[in-house]
Design a protein around this ligand. Sequence first.
Ligand code: MN
Ligand code: MN
Length: 316
Amino acid sequence: MFHHVKELQFDVRVSEPDPRFARLLLEQFGGGNGELKAAMQYFTQAFTCRRAYPEKYDLLMDIATEEFSHLEIVGALITLLLDGVNPEMKNAVERSSLAHVMNGKAGKETFIHEALTNPQFLVLSGGGPTVTDSVGTPWSGNYVNANGDLSVDLRSNIAAESRAKIVYEYLMQFTDDEHVRDSLRFLMTREIAHFQMFSAALDTIQPNFPPGVLQGDPRFTHTYFNMSEDEAGRGRKGEGRTRGPWNDGQGPWDQGEWAFIDDPVRHVRETEGLTEQDILGSERSMRDVERMDQELSVQRSAEVTVSRPKRQALKF
Ligand code: MN
Ligand code: MN
């Protein structure tokens, strides 16, 4: 269950209203990398791992709940930055704490002009946030990635935290208000912390790659197809190729090595559309893979069924 505590997780202030920055900050309220997306993603993922990984259920629900707390902070900041947009203020400018910002009729015109960068602040939300991103696109469940495999979901979350972090960093370049920057620095830092929590949780699941149960076909797990060439055809003939640890030397998992296929067109033709290709690079045999598939299958289904009651009503 949820329980609302009437305090913000981080005490927010603003020096003065700034409708233009309020609009940018909407990105972290109802945008694709924002707090609502993070909250809904972790909340949704939690259900499928409740039985097999109860401690991960707690982790996902704790972080989801913190993200809702961040959503509350971002909503509070946007409302403060829009102070003066709400109808009361439009009717009684003189009595407002904003009088100095609005500074007479010209100031008010400027303020309304700035607020008009998002007309919805004036005519729809009454000076509060809208559940949209900064260009007015409504929030969508399509932002939520939840695939029912914890290694996949945790990697999605590590990516989501990376994106949330960099959006806060970009946002900080567009405000000089030290109070606002304090709040953004807090929110950004929590995403760094969450990144590390999800990374640590992923490490506790072993093996965690590849995702799911089935291993890759060892004929193709270690092959790099050299798909680029310049006008002179270099890249094909051994010159001008870009090599790095992603296609050269030690492969990424098991004991294999990368196999660099210089001329993929010729290779595909010579191997009858790869059907005649041998195992390249990988040290696994087809039999190794079959055995691993079976072992992992048994291990994973044991994890899922371990606490399921027999012939009883299912209890969460
Ligand atoms: Mn957050
Ligand atoms: Mn986060």
